[in-house]
Design a protein around this ligand. Structure first.
Ligand SMILES: Nc1nc2c(ncn2[C@@H]2O[C@H](COP(=O)(O)OP(=O)(O)OP(=O)(O)O)[C@@H](O)[C@H]2O)c(=O)[nH]1
Ligand SMILES: [Mg+2]
Length: 232
């Protein structure tokens, strides 16, 4: 039975990869920069993204969010407190988002009128890693409250990430989080990955994170418009 199960999984992943590739092309055509935000449950994704969207909006970046949860609209409601639009995806029993769910959710948005789309994935430290959503950047939220060794114990997700946001840094001292060791562990699991220190509660590190994203979004838009001009 085992080989048959693997065969089916391969087919589903292939279909997802094809759709993700189409989404990536669409995002490039529309000049929108897309970030897939992953973490364990409760790592502070929604808190961070709400603060981040507020900051990006104040900097003149047009941003919206898509968020996946098994149940409730809670996170979309919280994200909209930033003043930006958010769309909730309910996954039922699924522990990750898939490209077709994102594609359907995006029907709510005029992509050409956005600079950045943030996708808050379902809180899960393993499942989202093999599901490409067509994103430009995958960001792991790693909270101070989880302990420094988590990137080493659960390497699969960080292995696919381009950026780590250490979250809940306002609690670091209280829980005796060794930030230097955690940063070294991130680097061991994913050599060279940038690590930013943040707190959605206090706003620490949010301007730096917003700048990081804005710089990448602008450079993508410049490259795409140059390519567009060349092919026109
Ligand atoms: N002290 C502190 N608490 C935080 C911070 N960020 C989030 N929290 C708290 O941690 C809990 C979980 O935060 P969420 O933002 O809901 O985490 P999440 O990763 O979006 O959770 P799921 O979507 O359920 O996976 C909430 O009680 C937040 O108030 C932070 O920076 N500092
Ligand atoms: Mg959340």
């Amino acid at each position: 039975m085992q080989p048959r199960i693997l065969e089916v999984r391969t087919k589903i992943l292939k279909k997802n990869d094809e759709l993700a590739r189409d989404l990536r092309t669409r995002f490039a055509d529309q000049g929108v920069y897309v970030i897939n935000v992953v973490s364990s449950p409760g790592a502070g994704k929604t808190e961070l993204l709400t603060a981040l969207m507020r900051e990006l909006r104040e900097q003149g970046v047009r941003v919206a969010a898509v968020v996946g949860d098994l149940a409730t609209e809670n996170d979309a409601v919280r994200l909209e407190q930033s003043g930006c639009k958010a769309h909730q995806i309910l996954t039922g029993t699924m522990c990750h988002l898939e490209a077709d769910m994102v594609e359907n959710a995006l029907e709510d948005f005029a992509l050409a009128e956005l600079d950045v789309v943030l996708i808050e994935n379902v809180g899960n430290i393993v499942c989202p890693q093999s599901w490409d959503l067509g994103e430009d950047l995958r960001m792991l939220c790693f909270p101070s409250t989880e302990g420094e060794d988590k990137p080493l114990k659960y390497p699969t997700l960080i292995n696919t990430c381009d950026l780590v946001a250490l979250t809940k840094m306002d609690l670091a001292e209280i829980v005796e989080f060794d930030t230097e060791l955690a940063t070294r562990n991130c680097d061991e699991a994913r050599p060279g990955v940038p690590v930013l220190r943040t707190s959605g509660k206090t706003g620490a590190g949010i301007p730096e994170l917003a700048r990081f994203i804005r710089d990448r979004a602008w450079s993508k838009a410049q490259v795409e418009s140059r390519l567009g001009a060349r092919s026109a």
